[in-house]
Design a protein. Structure first.
Length: 105
């Protein structure tokens, strides 16, 4: 069982116990919290990209110097030729890849 699942179950039990809420109400609250967390993470990524500051480290982005599953930096909307990125810090290989890959449209 993952830590997140255990944490969610613990939170659910604590909230239900203290507030006397139904399982359905607790699950609805947990869904709202999870959606909010995802939105905050996406906003942080967008802000970093727009501001051009506080780039994400290569380690945090899981950057690698080789393509992954056919995806490569030259095909990413965040790539800046010849060797940088709007989001990820440091030298970026055109043939590289990271978990923030966003295909050019
Ligand atoms: S794949 Fe990652 S490192 Fe490469 S250009 Fe896109 S965001 Fe930057």
């Amino acid at each position: 069982m993952s830590t997140d699942k255990r944490s969610a179950q613990t939170l659910e039990a604590e909230v239900r116990h203290s507030a006397g809420l139904s399982r359905r109400n607790v699950l609805q609250c947990a869904t709202v919290i999870a959606a909010g967390s995802a939105a905050i993470a996406m906003s942080a990524t967008a802000l970093a990209a727009d501001a051009g500051t506080a780039k994400v480290s290569q380690q945090a982005a899981a950057y690698q110097t080789s393509p992954k599953n056919g995806q490569r930096c030259t095909d990413c909307a965040l790539f800046i030729a010849p060797a940088s990125c709007k989001l990820v810090d440091g030298a970026i290989s055109p043939a590289g890849w990271c978990k923030f890959f966003a295909k050019k449209t």
